[in-house]
Structure formats: C-alpha cells, structure tokens
Design a protein around this ligand. Structure first.
Ligand code: CP
Ligand code: NVA
Length: 311
C-alpha cells in the first residue's frame, strides 16, 4: 500500500521520532553544504488552492536540494474540483510526477486526491489540518528542549487547522496541550475526542488566556482569521480581543518560555511585533524547520514505499 502524509496520525510515534532524526541529519547536510540527492530527477506537482510563502518555497527548495524539481500550480491553474474532477487531476499528475503536495480548502478533496494517486500525497494544509506545520513545530521544540513529552504547549487563539494538528500529535506522542480560545472557536470535536480517547496526553480547552499561559513552556499562536474566512474578519477581531500574545501574557509563562507562530503573522492582532522580535521567539527557526521536517517526511514515505535510502 502506497503511503501518504495527510495527517500527523498517519505516522506512528516511532516514525515521528525517526522523522525528527532524519530532519536533523538533512539540516546538518544543508548547513555543511553536503549534497543529498535522494530524489534525483524526480518531480513534485505542488497544487495550491490558497496562497503560500513557507509551504511553497520550502517544498520547492527542498526538491532542488534532493536533486529533483517542483512545479507550482496556483489557484487559477487547476481550479481543483471546479474545472476538473479531483480524481482525474490525481490520476493525470500521477502519470507525470513522483510526488504530489497540495494545499486545499476541503480536506475531503485531499483524501480523494490521495485515494486516486499512485504516488505519495503530502498535505500542505486544508481547512481541517496542517500536519507539515506541526512536524516542523514539534521538531523546533525538540531541538530547543531536547524532548517534547514534558512540554506544556499553550495555543492562544483559534481552534483552527493548526490546532487540530496539535491535537492529532497529542494522540500519538504524549505532551501537555492547552488551547485558550473564546467560546465558539473550539477545534474539530471528533479530533478533540480522539486525542482525549488516546489517553496519552493532557489536553485542556480553556477560556482564560492568562490562566492558560501560567507555567507554559511554549506559547503558540496563529492568525485569528484563516485563509477562506476573510468575510468573518471583523467579527473575529472582536471575538478574539484579549487572546493576544504580548509581553504581559508572556510574563505568566515560564521564564525561559519559547514563543512560536506558524506565520504569516498579523502584528498587533494575535501577537505583538515586540514579542516576535523578542528574545523568547523561535519563530524563524520554526519557519526554517518547515523545510527540514518536510524533507524528512518525504524520506520516510519513500522508505515506506520501498526506496533504499539510509540516513
Ligand atoms: N505556515 C505556513 O504554512 O505558511 P504559508 O501559508 O506561507 O505556506
Ligand atoms: N490557520 C492559518 C494557517 C496559515 C499557515 C490558515 O489556514 O490560514
């Protein structure tokens, strides 16, 4: 069976730790200028139904570092589900390319894309989740702290796609995850129930950001208005008042707390510029790790799908 990476839960605990190990090795190669052409002459079709900086640039650059090439297909190129059926896009691309990476609105489309593709599909964000982001985020915590399992990660803001992936991670690897969100902005209920039922992580949903921030090892946030929710922006700005990572909120966290944001940031909304530019911020390590983590995910998928790669 071909393997894809559509959710963090597609990997076991051992596979996630192996992904981290490989990511660190690939990162060291890049820093040392040592080539690693594991996917020489291979190509990746990148389907974007939404805008991107990090996802596009990190995958495209990563493919070049692997000795391959990535093709950017923007929102107006394919019009997934409108111009052509998802399954046909999937079957056609599988005849040309070795990899598919997609950023879509509907998670159901991602699942359908993977179902009909004969090549591995990697999820670069849907309305439901953002697994590559969480692999990079947890890798960043792992690098800074030496482990993730004793960490209290406090997400301030919307129970959105990024939050759902934190919950998925919590159902595979134990840690302490707290979401501080206003009423009406909780994560996907099924994902929350599954993460709780896995019974390995401490998971809390609270309404008070200050109480949540107490003793946090990591303070995390994301935009209040995700891509596709622009019409709700005014209401959201109002509803999320007080759910901002600023120096005051940071003062409740541990004295050495890390501050993280998946980016793009909306300064002075969910986070202040002074915090992102301040000493606790590891936001740009996190952004860099997108590339290393995703490349490691690719190596893991390739090995699972029969490639002979030793790292
Ligand atoms: N964090 C993230 O996915 O960034 P982009 O939307 O720029 O890809
Ligand atoms: N929640 C955000 C993440 C962007 C990387 C969005 O979906 O727009």
């Amino acid at each position: 069976m071909k393997r894809d990476f559509l959710a963090v839960t597609d990997f076991s605990k051992a596979e996630i730790y192996e992904t981290f190990r490989i990511a660190k090795a690939l990162k060291a190669d890049v820093k040392a200028g040592k080539p690693h052409h594991y996917f020489a002459n291979e190509t990746m079709a990148m389907i974007f139904a939404k805008p991107s900086l990090r996802t596009r640039v990190s995958f495209e650059t990563g493919m070049v570092q692997f000795g391959g090439h990535a093709l950017y297909l923007g929102p107006s190129d394919i019009s997934i589900g409108k111009r052509e059926a998802v399954k046909d896009i999937s079957r056609v691309i599988s005849r040309y390319n070795n990899w598919i990476m997609a950023r879509l609105f509907l998670h159901e489309h991602m699942i359908e894309l993977a179902k009909y593709a004969s090549v591995p599909v990697i999820n670069g964000l849907t309305d439901y989740n953002h697994p590559c982001q969480i692999m990079a985020d947890m890798l960043t915590i792992y690098e800074h702290r030496g482990q993730v399992e004793d960490q209290k990660v406090v997400f301030i803001g919307d129970g959105n796609n990024v939050c759902n992936s934190f919950l998925n991670f919590a159902s595979v690897i134990p840690y302490h995850f707290v979401l501080a969100a206003p009423e009406g902005y909780d994560p996907d209920p099924e994902t929350l129930a599954k993460a709780k039922a896995a019974g390995i992580s401490e998971i809390e949903i609270v309404r008070d950001p200050i109480a949540a921030a107490k003793d946090a090892d990591v303070l995390y946030t994301d935009v209040w208005t995700s891509m596709g929710q622009e019409v709700e922006r005014r209401k959201r700005v109002n509803d999320f008042k007080g759910f901002q990572i600023n120096n005051e909120l940071l003062s409740y966290a541990k004295s050495d707390a890390l501050v993280m944001h998946c980016l793009p940031a909306h300064y002075e909304e969910e986070i202040t510029e002074s915090v992102i530019d301040g000493p606790h911020s590891v936001v740009f390590d996190e952004a860099e790790n997108r590339m290393h983590a995703q490349k490691a995910v690719m190596v893991m998928l390739a090995i699972s799908n029969g490639a002979d790669i030793t790292i």
